[in-house]
Design a protein around this ligand. Structure first.
Ligand SMILES: [Zn+2]
Ligand SMILES: [Zn+2]
Length: 377
């Protein structure tokens, strides 16, 4: 095997050059399958259209630890001028999923060499369609992960110096829910508003009214956001329309805040509409729950970093989401951030990852996994 460091950098550059959108990751999946098979790592028969689940079985029985990465890209036109920039117009690995894939593949190769020392199994999840976000649920639906004891995940972070790890216990990323409210009024001539019920005025009152949810209804210590991001109504200047639509997102870290925000949103929309003689239909589309890191895993993860002389810090929480949380239904997990040493934010057309971080981070996940299998939590 070529030295792992250069192999991971090569793979990362190939992935970066060949970005594929959610559920279209065919080339990526084929590339990963070729490498895993060449290295003698079992690819499970998960029957996924895109994405893979691989497995390394240690010589002694024990627990099952899953390493999860995501493999999809974004519909963004890259502007980095890297020698290995995207070969596909309008598609880019702007969220670092190419780096996650190289890191977890590297960890798998290192663990595969240590098979005779391992107790239990390592499962490596190359998940499709994180950005949609829909991939985690598709992978879970294969039933291949049921006996998994704990999950480890990684995400790059432009806010941290290159290679520095962000490890923090508790909720670190938000539940991502979507809502839509349709106001039904009664159309009329713009010059005769008293003949109808103007849904635009009702909508404006609802947009204002729901601003009080975070400031008045939720615990000030429970971080939350209610954003209305899309409003639509009417088709011309002299007609009062029949309906007005709005949609947006609620982001919360705590389950209690999530429930309260939903209830309050529905109740405010309904009662404000009623006060104006209109009616509001409310739809709630629950997304992935908050990412909650297990305290004991965080403690071990920090010690492993210390042993490898990798610096680790407590990173601030964020109200962005990650469908890594879908795996953690009553099972412990740890989502680690790793600094990219890059000044552009995630999803920016000039976002880039310093390749130097790939090998040490792969080593880190290999050692953490081996510790968790052989010594336990
Ligand atoms: Zn993203
Ligand atoms: Zn991402």
């Amino acid at each position: 095997m070529k030295h792992l460091r250069s192999m991971l950098e090569e793979l990362f550059e190939w992935l970066h050059q060949h970005p594929e959108l959610g559920f279209e990751e065919y080339e990526t999946t084929a590339k990963l399958r070729t490498i895993l098979e060449r290295e003698g790592i079992e690819v499970l028969d998960a029957k996924l259209e895109t994405g893979l689940v691989a497995q390394i079985t240690g010589d002694r029985p024990g627990k099952c630890v899953a390493l999860r990465c995501d493999i999809d890209a974004l519909p963004i036109q890259e502007q980095t001028e890297l020698s290995y920039a995207s070969a596909y117009p309008g598609r880019m690995h702007a969220c670092g999923h190419d780096a996650h894939t190289a890191i977890m593949l590297g960890a798998a190769l290192l663990l595969n060499q240590r098979r005779s020392e391992l107790k239990g199994k390592v499962r490596i999840i190359f998940q499709p369609a994180e950005e949609l976000p829909a991939g985690a649920r598709v992978v879970l639906a294969t039933g291949m992960l049921e006996d998994t004891d704990l999950f480890l995940g990684v995400h790059v972070s432009p806010e941290l110096p290159a290679g520095t790890l962000g490890i923090k216990e508790g909720p670190i990323m938000a539940a991502v829910d979507r809502f839509a409210i349709t106001v039904h009024g009664r159309g009329a001539h713009a010059a005769q508003p008293h003949e109808g019920v103007d849904p635009i005025v009702v909508q404006a009152a609802i947009v204002q009214g729901v601003q009080s949810i975070v400031s008045r209804a939720l615990d000030p210590f429970a971080a939350a956001v209610v954003s209305i991001t899309h409003v639509e109504s009417g088709s011309t200047w002299n007609v009062i329309p029949e309906t007005a639509l709005m949609e947006g997102t609620v982001r919360t870290l705590e389950p209690a805040a999530r429930k309260k925000a939903q209830e309050q949103l529905q109740s405010l929309a309904g009662s404000i509409a009623a006060a104006y003689g209109a009616q509001a239909d409310f739809a709630w589309y629950p997304g992935p729950p908050a990412v909650i890191n297990d305290g004991a895993l965080c403690h071990i993860a920090r010690n492993v970093a210390k042993n490898l002389m990798i610096s680790a810090t407590m990173q601030e929480n964020t109200l962005t989401g990650e469908d890594f949380s879908c795996y953690l239904d009553n099972r412990p997990g740890l989502f680690v951030r790793v600094g990219t040493g890059c000044s552009f934010p995630l999803h920016h057309p000039r976002f880039r990852v310093d390749e130097q971080i790939l090998y040490p981070t792969a080593q880190y996940f290999a050692q953490l996994t081996e510790y968790l299998l052989n010594k336990g939590v």
